[in-house]
Design a binder for this molecule. Structure first.
Ligand SMILES: Nc1ncnc2c1ncn2[C@@H]1O[C@H](COP(=O)(O)OP(=O)(O)OP(=O)(O)O)[C@@H](O)[C@H]1O
Ligand SMILES: [Mg+2]
Length: 212
């Protein structure tokens, strides 16, 4: 991926300057009043800060000191994906600097519309499920619906509906290689909120896995 590290570094420092001005503390990210147009998006392990005025890159860091490993792993996996020619399925990310004792990473901005991704991929998987199980598309039996949802995201065997949906839009060769990469690297947390759009393509923004 042709990403400009210099620009990402410049953007990161600009965001960090604004954060410093408003008294931001990495350990209490919600305590400060962020400037207009900046907002926080978070997950169980990471804090992501988006500056709408410069939305090409976001900054990302661990919630707790012990969560720093997740960003580090992501940056390493991005390089590994590049070696396999699979990087377009992952948001570009790179370590930039230390800030308040915390490692800060820049990441390519994605449009993370979880509802949209979730609706589209679950619709796709529901159609597959109906075809495979001779179920009517309008079926509203809750037991059947429950069984479908269990199969949609089965964390125990690392089957994620959105990965199936993404795979349906790319070549079989790429889908196979991506699946292999996900398994080989134990990227075990690919729920719908961990994807976003780059233009119209679905891309993984959280590929560090969880709980290791
Ligand atoms: N590159 C990005 N561009 C825009 N928004 C992002 C980006 N990366 C992450 N986000 C948003 O921030 C949220 C938290 O980021 P991320 O999923 O990486 O954190 P996490 O703590 O590892 O999540 P989880 O709870 O899945 O373990 C995401 O669900 C997404 O909404
Ligand atoms: Mg996540």
């Amino acid at each position: 991926m042709n990403i400009n590290l210099e620009l990402a570094t410049e953007r990161t420092y600009a965001i960090l300057d604004k954060l410093t001005e408003c008294g931001f503390d990495v350990r209490e990210p919600y305590a400060a009043n962020l400037p207009d147009g900046m907002y926080i998006s978070d997950g169980a392990c990471r804090v992501v800060i988006i500056d709408e005025k410069h939305p090409d890159f976001v900054i990302k860091f661990g919630w707790r000191d012990s969560d720093e490993k997740y960003c580090k792993r992501e940056a390493k996996l991005y390089e590994d994906a590049e070696k396999k020619g699979l990087e377009r399925f992952f948001a570009w990310t790179h370590y930039i600097c230390e800030f308040q004792g915390r490692a800060i990473y820049a990441m390519e901005y994605l449009d993370c519309d979880e509802e949209d991704i979730s609706d589209k991929s679950s619709d796709y998987c529901w159609k597959l499920y109906c075809e495979n199980n001779s179920v009517d598309l309008d079926e509203d039996d809750w037991d059947i619906r429950d069984e479908f949802w269990d199969s949609y995201n089965d964390a125990s065997d690392q089957t994620y509906g959105v990965v199936r949906y993404l795979s349906s839009m790319i070549s079989a060769k790429d889908a196979f290689a991506l699946d292999q990469f996900i398994w080989d690297n134990d990227i075990n947390d690919l729920h719908d909120a961990n994807f976003g759009y780059r233009n119209k393509e679905i891309v993984i923004c959280d590929y560090a896995g969880y709980g290791w």
